[in-house]
Structures are given as structure tokens and as C-alpha cells.
Design a protein around this ligand. Structure first.
Ligand code: G6P
Length: 367
């Protein structure tokens, strides 16, 4: 594996563009595209017999776990407790005998994630680790390794590792749903087929780069940004804000759109653009009313939606980024791309050190 920038200005840009390929690679490890079924996994637990799973991780890996929670609960009817590892490790959470623990880490070396894993081991709970680096400490200390096949990630701000983590979480949720009988064989096939669309659609979404670069040129003039989303777009709003602050140093906050009126609405004016992630899904209309609340207060909106959403929304926006229609289960993977590109191009305009942002480390092996 050649680790150089190729034709790209930064590793981050290269890694963003590698996503269709590495997502496809990762998915192929977990699902059989021809039969439409999940591949058998050798797990130290039986999904059908679990009453909950506990997920812990840090940073962007934590946000992939938060999206995983929506999937496990929706498709497999399996409750998920999700924690930031630095909180989990000291919280003395009681773990039921019918639970399993999952840890997500690109590097497999994050100190807090490792400490959380060791806590669960002490509690006698079976442990799975979603890791990108084979042979890492977290991989070695877990009962089963569930690899992300993203290849080496050099940019400090995680991109391809995140969408590969999402691919594994989605495949695992379908696997759990099949094992628990919460989906029929036909529904399982449909979910796998939908998920398998992700790499092809990711290629289409990446072609929005020139347009997103233009939006970033405007965004680079602001000091504060608010990101909003509902359902799986809520963790994505957190991820969008995290990416933006990590590499462009613009102060950004991610919020569940429904929480707007419980605080952040007080900050809305023409100096704080609001980026709204809202595909035309089951709760699109709810997010539209949040956008109306923002617009009524002079807030400027950057809407990230799909063709149907763009058609149905009556909101005046500063910019609208329009993705193709995508299946529900593939949406978080695909909507991760415009928020990564937006952070990337904004940082390029600001002239920051994109691959090595100040004060940040790729792998945090100390507490
Ligand atoms: C650091 C990196 C992030 C990463 C986080 C967790 O903060 O800058 O990109 O998400 O650590 O790292 P891990 O290797 O455990 O996924």
C-alpha cells in the first residue's frame, strides 16, 4: 500500500476520494452482494440472546457508534448504551450478563477506549472491536475483531475510517436483525441491497466537490457555525461541527434540530450560518419547521438535502447542496461526504495545516 498523496493536495483530500473503494471493500467483508445476505460471523455472543449492547469510543469513532445505536435499535430492536470512552471508563456502569460490549477505534490504541475495554473484560462481558489497524492493542485484547478495511489513514481528521466504521455498524445491525428475527429474509436482502448502493452513490456525491468548494469559500468568512440534524443526521451534525472546528478552527456546534428552541436559537443572527442536514426522510417536515424558525430570525441557511427535499422545501437558503436520492440505511455514509468536503475546503481557504491541525494528534495514547 503506497502511502503518498498521489495527485491530491492533502492526505485528507485523497482519503475523502478513496471512500467509494474502501467502503466497498469493507462492505464486501460483511455482506454477500450476490445473495443479498449478511456473511456469517464468528462472534463470542449470540445477538438473539442479548438484551443490550454497550458501545464506547472517542472522537469521530464515537459518532459512528452513535449512528450505530439508531440502526441497532431500529432494525434489530436491540437497545444500545453509547458512551464517550473517557466517561465510560470511570462511570462504573453495571453490565447485564446478557450484554456485549463494542469498541470502535481507527488506531486501536486510544487510551480511554482501551481502558473501557479492560473494564468490560473485568465485568466478564464478551468484547468486539471495530478497528482499522490490525494487530493494534484494542484488536488484540478483544474477543473478536471486526475490521474496517479503510487502509492507512494519515490525515488527523478522520474521514474514510469513519465511513468504513459506519459500513461495519450498518452490516452488523442487519446481521443482528436477521439473528433476532426482527426482519424477514426479504427485508434483510433489501437492506443489504440498499447498503451495497453506497459505493456507487458515494462516487456521485464526490462529484459535488466544485460546488461544495464554492459554499466553503463563503463559509470561511464566518466565526461561528451551527450544524443541525434529526435522527441519524443528528450524530452527523455533531461530526460536521467536529470536522469544521478541527481543521478550519471555526467555532462550530452540532445540535439535534429539535433542541434548537432549547438554547441555540438565542444565538441565531446573520453572522452565524446554520448548516442543516435534511434528506427527504420520515421527519423532513419537522426539520423544515426548524429552518423556518432560523429564517424568521435572519439566520442564513446552508441546506444539505436530496432532490425531493430541495423540491419540497420552501425555505430561502444561502446555499443548497443537493445529493441524489439515497436509500435510508446508506444515507449516513453518503451524507458524511459533503460535511467532510465542506470542512476540507473551508480549511484550505483559511490556509490551515489540514493534515496536521494544531494541538491535535492522530492517535491519543495518553489520558
Ligand atoms: C483523535 C483523532 C480523531 C479520532 C479520535 C479517536 O482525536 O484526531 O480523528 O476520531 O482520536 O481515535 P481512534 O483511533 O480511537 O478512532
Amino acid at each position: 500500500y503506497m502511502v503518498d498523496k498521489g495527485n491530491h493536495r492533502h492526505f485528507m483530500e485523497k482519503e475523502i476520494h478513496e471512500q467509494p473503494e474502501v467502503i466497498s471493500h469493507t462492505l464486501a467483508h460483511y455482506v454477500d452482494f450476490t445473495t443479498g445476505r449478511t456473511k456469517p460471523l464468528e462472534l463470542p455472543f449470540d445477538f438473539a440472546k442479548l438484551d443490550r449492547i454497550a458501545i464506547s469510543a472517542c472522537g469521530t469513532a464515537y459518532l459512528s457508534g452513535l449512528i450505530g445505536k439508531y440502526w441497532f435499535e431500529r432494525y434489530a430492536r436491540l437497545p444500545v448504551d453509547i458512551d464517550i470512552a473517557s466517561e465510560f471508563r470511570y462511570r462504573e456502569m453495571p453490565l447485564s450478563k446478557k450484554s456485549a460490549a463494542l469498541f470502535i477505534s481507527q488506531s486501536g490504541e486510544t487510551a480511554d477506549t482501551l481502558a473501557s475495554l479492560r473494564y468490560c473484560k473485568g465485568e466478564g462481558v464478551p468484547i468486539g472491536a471495530v478497528v482499522n489497524v490490525r494487530g493494534s492493542t484494542i484488536a488484540r485484547e478483544s474477543d473478536v475483531t471486526l475490521p474496517t478495511l479503510a487502509g492507512p489513514e494519515i490525515g488527523v481528521a478522520s474521514t474514510k475510517a469513519f465511513t468504513c466504521q459506519l459500513s461495519v455498524m450498518a452490516a452488523l445491525a442487519i446481521h443482528a436483525a436477521a439473528a433476532r428475527g426482527t426482519v424477514t429474509e426479504e427485508e434483510e436482502r433489501k437492506l443489504v441491497k440498499d447498503l451495497a448502493e453506497a459505493p456507487r452513490l458515494a462516487n456521485q456525491v464526490l462529484r459535488l466537490d466544485r460546488q461544495i468548494e464554492k459554499v466553503a469559500r463563503e463559509l470561511a468568512h464566518y466565526k461561528h457555525v451551527l450544524y443541525l440534524g434529526r435522527d441519524t443526521n443528528y450524530p452527523l451534525a455533531l461530526e460536521g461541527a467536529l470536522k469544521l472546528k478541527e481543521i478550519s478552527y471555526i467555532h462550530a456546534e452540532g445540535y439535534a434540530a429539535g433542541e434548537l428552541k432549547h438554547g441555540p436559537i438565542a444565538l441565531i443572527d446573520e453572522n452565524m450560518p446554520v448548516i442543516v442536514i435534511a434528506p427527504h426522510d420520515r421527519i423532513f417536515e419537522k426539520t423544515v419547521s426548524n429552518m423556518q424558525e432560523v429564517a424568521a430570525r435572519g439566520g442564513k441557511i446552508i441546506l444539505i438535502t436530496d432532490e425531493k427535499g430541495a423540491e419540497k422545501s420552501t425555505i430561502d437558503t444561502m446555499d443548497t447542496i443537493v445529493l441524489p436520492q439515497v436509500p435510508e440505511i446508506a444515507a449516513p455514509i453518503l451524507y458524511a461526504l459533503p460535511i467532510q468536503m465542506l470542512a476540507y475546503y473551508t480549511a484550505v481557504f483559511m490556509g490551515t495545516d489540514v493534515d496536521q491541525p494544531r494541538n491535535l494528534a492522530k492517535s491519543v495514547t495518553v489520558e
